[in-house]
Design a protein around this ligand. Structure first.
Ligand code: UDP
Length: 521
């Protein structure tokens, strides 16, 4: 071997570079930021690509990464300013106030393809991308990675259980069946599932699979089928059978690397910077309130994620139900929900009545810090997958109150399959996330009953608690060295270190940017 070849052979390949493109909603960005932290903590280089307003929200993440010496950059692409009808200042789903703006926001995001390609082309050899990890909703990234020959994994927010239902529904004609449903109560069995799963027309799987979204849906489905695999925020011991079936149906590797939230374990700054500007003071105030509760598992946490907005009549029922339950609680009310004067006044009066036993958090709550606190013994949730998995990872059973998208099927997973949930018992009709006048109101009696069932000391409640603790322990083991998620992440990183991200481009030429190729020159 010539001396130069010798030297090249002795040089270890540089760490793989993962370029992550999250979708601009908290339930998508938060887990992908956690994934970025995980990859960075294991020696990979990571770039999180987003738009300026969203980058501003990630300032805490950037600061934390610098202090933790992670090779993690936030890359800003200019947000398109010329999308007709989209008011300036909307770069995130939680800023959207009507359905049409949501469609236009998706259209604006698709225009990021060009700046993303320019950014990827501009990267010098040691930082050339090994792999693009893109949210399922960002189907537009598929064409970019195909043009450049960069391997691409898609990140699907929901669990394998939901994604398997989703793909089976398409492959086996479930949507044609539900379209011909007699009425909203007619049940259909999701085909191809290893367990029996029943849905109605309204609760059938199919994110973005609705009128007005045809092109986005087709693009995302196509991007899924042409990807090199999937990354899912779940773990083997939680979803082994669904993971295996999903991988088989997809015909691609599915990397179960979660629970991602455990990437923040014991790091107050990291948990405080999840989803918003870091607010360590607020986090400390809430945990101090919980510290004062002297019995473990005695407090119920009530929160409906980042998007659901409840109208005043529904908010009042939740508040009365919590008050009537007699159980200590932490209840998150969004700023937009608390803004109306009659709501603000009502909340203030409630706080006086439940002083010492109930805490109302207005605005963004430090959810992970709450769920990981030993005083918290139950969670009333809208069944967003991040919220459910955060509860499971911390051994907390749930009362389920799904609203839309994957949430109804996530409820089936935690109630019927895992046995860690009790339903609040909402009608199976999706409630629009933006506050829906026509939505059936869940009464205070139902709220109080669900809280009592969740927090009670009967046999069923005890069994749910036992199972939740067991899954919590398994979740922690999965993320430790030797655990399933830890070892899968090692394999993922190593496979890209060794391949150097080599892949054929659309015209059949081999990806010219392979770090391995660069070194061998
Ligand atoms: N979250 C939070 N504080 C809040 C509301 C939400 O930290 O006040 C976080 C929560 O921990 C989770 C995410 O936001 O990580 C919400 O995602 P999920 O999938 O549960 O629901 P979505 O918001 O997408 O409906």
């Amino acid at each position: 071997m010539a001396p130069t070849e010798d030297a090249a052979a002795a040089t270890p390949p540089p760490p793989p570079h993962f370029v992550i493109v999250p979708f601009v909603a908290q339930g998508h960005t938060i887990p992908m930021v956690d994934l970025a932290r995980l990859l960075g903590s294991r020696g990979a280089r990571v770039s999180l690509v987003t738009t300026p307003m969203n980058a501003a929200r990630l300032r805490g993440v950037a600061g934390h990464a610098t202090r933790a010496k992670l090779a993690l950059d936030i890359v800003e692409l200019p947000f398109p300013t010329d999308v007709a009808g989209l008011p300036p200042g909307i770069e995130h789903v939680d800023q959207v106030t009507n359905h049409n703006h949501c469609v236009l926001l998706f259209a604006a995001l698709r225009r990021l393809a060009e700046p993303l390609e320019a950014y990827l082309r501009s990267l010098p050899p040691p930082r050339r991308p090994s792999c693009l990890v893109s949210d399922w909703c960002n189907g537009w990234t598929a064409a970019v990675s195909a043009r450049l020959g960069i391997p691409r994994l898609f990140f699907q927010g929901p669990p394998c259980f939901y994604s398997l239902c989703d793909i089976n529904a398409v492959d086996h004609g479930l949507h044609e069946q539900t379209a011909a449903a007699r009425d909203d109560t007619e049940k259909f069995v999701v085909p191809g599932m290893p367990v029996r799963v029943e849905v109605t027309r309204a609760t059938a799987p199919g994110f973005l699979n609705s009128p007005g979204w045809e092109s986005q849906w087709a693009e995302s489905m196509d991007a899924m089928r042409t990807s090199d695999g999937a990354v899912v925020n779940t773990f083997f011991d939680l979803e082994a059978q669904f993971l295996a079936c999903y991988e088989a149906v997809l015909g691609k590797p599915v990397w179960a690397l979660g629970p991602f939230c455990l990437a923040n374990r014991g790091d107050a700054e990291a948990t405080a910077s999840r989803g918003n500007a870091p607010d360590v003071a607020r986090q400390s105030a809430v945990t101090a309130w919980l510290d004062a509760m002297d019995t473990d598992d005695s407090v119920v946490f009530v929160s409906f994620g980042s998007l659901v907005r409840k109208l005043p009549n529904q908010l009042f029922e939740v508040g009365h139900g919590l008050e009537d339950s007699g159980v200590p609680f932490v209840w998150v009310v969004k700023e937009s929900e608390a803004a109306a004067p009659e709501v603000a006044e009502w909340l203030a009066a409630l706080e006086v009545r439940v002083a010492g036993r109930g805490l109302v958090v207005r605005g963004w709550a430090p959810q992970l810090a709450v769920l990981s606190h030993c005083a918290v013994g139950g969670f009333v949730t809208h069944c967003g997958w991040n919220s459910l998995l955060e509860a499971i990872a911390h051994g907390v059973p749930v009362a389920t109150w799904p609203h839309f998208a994957d949430q109804f099927l996530n409820e089936r997973l935690v109630v019927d399959v895992l046995g860690v949930g009790v339903p609040v018992g909402v009608a199976e009709a999706p409630v629009m996330m933006l506050g829906d006048e026509s939505a059936p109101v869940v009464g205070r009696e139902d709220v109080a009953r669900a809280v009592a069932a969740l927090m009670g000391d009967g046999e069923e409640a005890g069994e749910r608690r036992r199972k939740a603790k067991e899954y919590g322990e398994k979740a922690h083991r999965a993320m430790e060295k030797g655990g399933s998620s830890y070892e899968s992440l090692t394999q993922l990183i190593e496979s890209f270190r060794q391949s150097g991200g080599e892949k054929k481009t659309e015209d059949g030429t081999v990806h010219a940017w392979s770090p391995l190729k660069e070194q061998k020159k």
